[in-house]
Write a protein that binds this ligand. Structure first.
Ligand SMILES: [Zn+2]
Length: 86
């Protein structure tokens, strides 16, 4: 028997998603969320979407005074990041 993290329900993952993305969870909960996401396509998509959305908000506030060319590059980078693993 391997020491697997506690199994979470999808609703628990969604509840913890912002904490997960903000790195505010304990190592144990974080491992459980990550394990769930790696096996659940629904939660994986949800996580990717929220992550991209948070990045978008962050980038938008940073890019406020940036020239249009730079803004375009920042948003292209966010879209590229969405295809990476969680
Ligand atoms: Zn799930």
């Amino acid at each position: 028997m391997t020491a697997e993290p506690r199994r979470l329900e999808c609703t628990e993952v969604v509840e913890n998603l912002y904490g997960y993305l903000d790195e505010e969870l304990t190592a144990e909960v974080k491992a459980a969320v990550r394990a769930h996401i790696s096996q659940c396509p629904d939660c994986f998509d949800h996580c990717q979407f929220e992550r991209a959305f948070l990045r978008f908000l962050e980038a938008r506030s940073r890019a406020q005074n940036a020239p249009p060319e730079l803004k375009k590059r920042i948003f292209e980078q966010i879209l590229l990041d969405r295809t990476r693993d969680a």
